[in-house]
Structure formats: C-alpha cells, structure tokens
Write a new protein. Structure first.
Length: 239
C-alpha cells in the first residue's frame, strides 16, 4: 500500500497539470483579453411602453419644411445630444483607482517553572532540582498596494431606451497593430441629464459600467505566466 501512495500522488499531479493545460488551450490563450459577450441584463429596468402618436408618421414630417430625414424633427432650441436608439455619444474614460492595505501582528508568550532540591529529614538532597521554561513568539506583517488608471475616449451607440431617462449604451474599438490587437470595450447605462452639450459623458457617470481594455497576440501572451508556472503558484501546489 505504501508503494502505491507515490504513484497516486504522481497521477494526481499529472492530472492537475493536464487540466490546466487543457483550460489554457481550449478556452483562450493565456494573456488574451476576454471581452464581455452578453449585454447588460435590463429586465429589472424594462423600458416603459409609450403610446404611438396619432396623425401622420414622424418619418414624413407631415410635409413640414422643418422636418429632418431622421424623422425626429428639426431641433432649433435643443442640443444635438444622443437620445434615441442608434445615436452615438462619446464616453470619456477617467478611471482611476487606488487601494492600500497594511497589517501587522505580533504575539509573545513566555512561561517558567522552577523546582528546588527536596529535603529529607532536614537534609537537602542535591542533584534533584529542575526547571521548566517555555516560550512562544509570532510576528507577521503584510503590505498590499495597487493602483489603476485608464484615460481615453470611445464613441458608443445607444442600443436601448429604458424609458425612464436612461439609455443603455455599448461600443468597442479594435486596433490591429504590429504584433497584436488592442481592444477597448465599454457598456453601461447613461442618464440623459449627464450627457453634455458636446454629446460627451465621463465614465464615472456610467451605471453598471463594464470596461475592458487589453490586447491579443504575441505581446499580450508574453506578459502572462505559463500554465506550468501557474500550477506551481496555485493552491494545488503543496509547498
């Protein structure tokens, strides 16, 4: 039975390594960015149904010279801000986060016990004295600091009007450079009142924001740890 234990451990180690390798090759190459596939679930904020206006359809403008081709009418006293499905607006990325954590722990405990030489019949018996001492020390310290910053601009498209003054927007930008691809993706809910006169809104005013920035290709994978290195730095490694 003892001879089988090393074989069982080696088989478990090999299965874990092969599992990590298959995950890296089947799902996605390590280091490549993973964009959001499904849009934000808007079932909790379903759009408010609106009744169709009576009269001629907005597309023909009723023969008015002030009707635009988009069917929304000519806006003489309003800013040309995004508000309908298909309109474009620009998201200004101003993401900046900083986190710092510091912890220190120290525990010390000491104890001692002495036994003197006993006496028998008034005479001290030498050589039977004893002493017991014990001590326990523990000291731990940990520091963690992380900061992230993302700046730029991305034009997104209105994909749904939620009917309560909010708009669901989504957009991405893909750049194919020398040795790889760069991907920027933004989706979230924007309030119409937060859209500026220049049709821009900052990313810190986007609700349920999902922002992805990363790369694909040789450069992105060169900055990622290999599957064998990830195994030796995972919780499966016993040492």
């Amino acid at each position: 039975m003892r001879r089988l234990l090393p074989l069982v451990r080696a088989a478990a180690l090999l299965a874990s390594v092969l599992g990590l390798a298959s995950c890296a090759t089947v799902n996605r190459l390590q280091g490549d960015v993973r964009p959001f596939d499904a849009p934000i679930d808007t079932m909790a904020v379903a759009p408010v149904p609106t009744a169709a206006p009576a009269g001629p359809s907005p597309g023909d403008g009723g023969g008015s010279i002030y009707a635009s081709r988009s069917g929304k009418g000519l806006r003489l006293f309003q800013d040309n801000k995004a508000g309908d499905v298909g309109d474009l607006l620009t998201i200004v990325l101003v993401e900046s986060t900083t986190a710092t954590t510091q912890a220190k722990t120290a525990v010390t405990k000491k104890s001692g016990l002495d036994f003197g030489a006993p006496s028998i019949g008034g005479a001290t018996v030498s050589g039977l004295s004893a002493s017991v001492k014990g001590g326990r020390d523990f000291a731990g310290a940990g520091d963690s600091a992380q900061s992230n910053k993302l700046a730029g601009q991305l034009t997104v498209r209105v994909v749904q009007d939620l009917g309560n003054g909010n708009l669901l927007v989504r957009g991405d930008k893909q750049l194919r450079l020398n040795q790889g691809d760069e991907l920027v993706q933004v989706q979230g809910i924007v309030r119409r009142a937060d859209i500026g006169a220049d049709n821009r809104v900052t990313s810190d005013r986007v609700a349920d924001a999902r922002i992805v920035y990363g790369g694909r290709g040789t450069i992105a994978r060169s900055n990622a740890m290999g599957w064998l290195g990830r195994f030796f730095n995972s919780a499966l490694f016993p040492y």
